[in-house]
Design a protein around this ligand. Structure first.
Ligand code: DOR
Length: 440
């Protein structure tokens, strides 16, 4: 049961309304009941937020919860606990599960498992193609009817351009976006990291940026041809961003996200820690798809997020089991367990003066909601408006902590940040009026 909670005396930042001042937020019956200087006065259940930032619960439009099928990597229970730890109250679950989320029954399974766990709102993303094979369209209308909020074959591209065109036409009729994993596999040609001096030095096969850019170009053309909404997932290359910028200037229905790791890290992370006692030549925990790229690409991602060409941050939380990573680089799985380090990585941009704190919060809350068009599904998501869901994140933007993957709520300990000191910590998360993470 949702209780009445007063979050008192924090710096309340609600980008949707422009509110940025010390205030109280009163939560009642799972909704925001009041916001103002003394809105929480007299309440018996108080969370003291003095010295903390109080923001709408973060919204992650791209994560892998692995259930059904890969419960040894993550479950909906463990993944949503990781979300709560990371300050996320809404997460969109990618359909590269087993079976894939390509039927109404699987959409309903995900929704039921999420409701049983109760740690965060889970919005399922349906597959574009049956079993994500890229051959036949999934029953998109049936998926939408069951509760899918978008379509994607993420993890793999929709390599057949005609199928992508049809998907966009149908998705447009349903008023939903297609989330695009932009990767031309024939160009990537088995590359396991960014093609650059680090790949050359390590003798690892590189994936050229053109492997992403060419599919971004194709799908911008298809957005124009169909009027369907293309949402570009996990952009990583400067060239992709130039194409996106031009598409937006032309008013095309194209939106985009960037991950915390592409904002904060480069391919140098693959070199690992030279002080590491194991003395490994590389860190497979930095192997991710799309790959961490060079500094010019990272800089372009930061700039595009700051100026709004990239709409929002999305984690691409991709948990894997230890044995999936503890092997030769070529054989290691792609992915970073990202929910629990997302805020701190993003805050490095604020600490470096690249983006303001209200701008960052916007990119983690109302901007992803607007990018995917969630207003259709849950009213008031990503904002602290009266009557909106009582989803609130409290964080200390300056608190330093050392990343210890063994302490993660996620089953995925695969992070290249182990042992790193990060600045910015989620202190408490309230989802639908219930405290789901309390790190006070
Ligand atoms: O690194 C990645 N991991 N990129 C993807 O597109 C898929 C994801 C996964 O599912 O592990």
């Amino acid at each position: 049961m949702a209780e009445t909670i007063a979050v008192r005396g924090g710096r309340v930042i609600d980008p949707a309304s422009g509110h940025d001042a010390v205030a109280d937020v009163l939560l009642q019956d799972g909704r925001i009941a009041a916001l103002g200087p003394d809105a929480g006065q007299g309440a018996s259940n108080v969370i003291d937020a003095s010295g903390l930032v109080v923001s709408p619960g973060f919204v992650d439009i791209h994560c892998h919860l692995r259930e059904p099928g890969f419960e040894h990597k993550e479950t909906i229970e463990s993944g949503t606990l990781a979300a709560a730890r990371g300050g996320f109250t809404t997460v969109c679950a990618m359909p590269n599960t087993e079976p894939a989320i390509d039927s109404a029954a699987t959409v309903r399974y995900v929704l039921q498992a999420a409701a049983a766990a109760g740690n965060a709102r889970v919005l399922p993303i349906g597959a574009v193609s049956k079993a994500r094979k890229g051959e036949q369209l999934a029953e998109l209308a049936e998926l939408a009817e069951a509760g899918a909020i978008a379509f994607s074959d993420d993890g793999d591209p929709v390599w057949d351009a005609h199928l992508m065109r049809r998907a966009l036409e149908y998705a447009r009729m349903l008023g939903l976006p297609v989330i695009d994993h932009c990767e031309d596999k024939s160009l990537v040609a088995g590359g396991v990291m960014h093609e650059g001096w680090v790949s050359a030095r390590l003798g690892l096969r590189g994936a050229p940026a053109a492997g992403e850019e060419s599919m971004v170009a194709r799908d911008i053309a298809l957005a124009q041809a169909t009027g369907g909404h293309v949402h570009l997932a996990h952009l990583s290359a400067a060239g992709s961003i130039e194409l996106l910028r031009a598409a937006r200037d032309r008013g095309l229905p194209v939106t985009a996200e960037v991950t915390p790791h592409h904002l904060a890290l480069t391919d140098a992370a693959v070199l690992g820690d030279p002080q590491d006692e194991a003395g490994l030549a590389y860190d497979s925990n930095a192997k991710v798809n799309p790959p961490l790229r060079g500094e010019t690409d990272r800089e372009a991602c930061v700039q595009a997020l700051a100026d709004g060409v990239i709409d929002c941050v999305a984690t691409d939380h991709a948990p894997h089991a230890t044995e999936d990573k503890l092997c030769e680089f070529d054989h290691a799985a792609f992915g970073i367990s990202g929910l629990e380090t997302a805020l701190a990585l993003c805050l490095s941009l604020v600490h470096d003066g690249r983006i303001t704190l209200p701008q960052l919060i916007e990119r983690l809350t109302v901007a992803p909601v607007r990018a995917l068009g969630f207003a259709l599904h849950v009213e008031g998501l990503g904002m602290l408006a009266i009557g909106a869901p009582a989803d609130v994140t409290l964080f200390d933007p300056d608190a330093e902590w050392v990343v210890d993957p063994l302490q993660f709520a996620s089953k995925g300990r695969n992070t290249p940040l182990a042992g790193r000191t990060l600045r910015g910590r989620v202190v408490a998360t309230v989802y639908a009026g219930r405290v789901v993470h309390d790190g006070r």
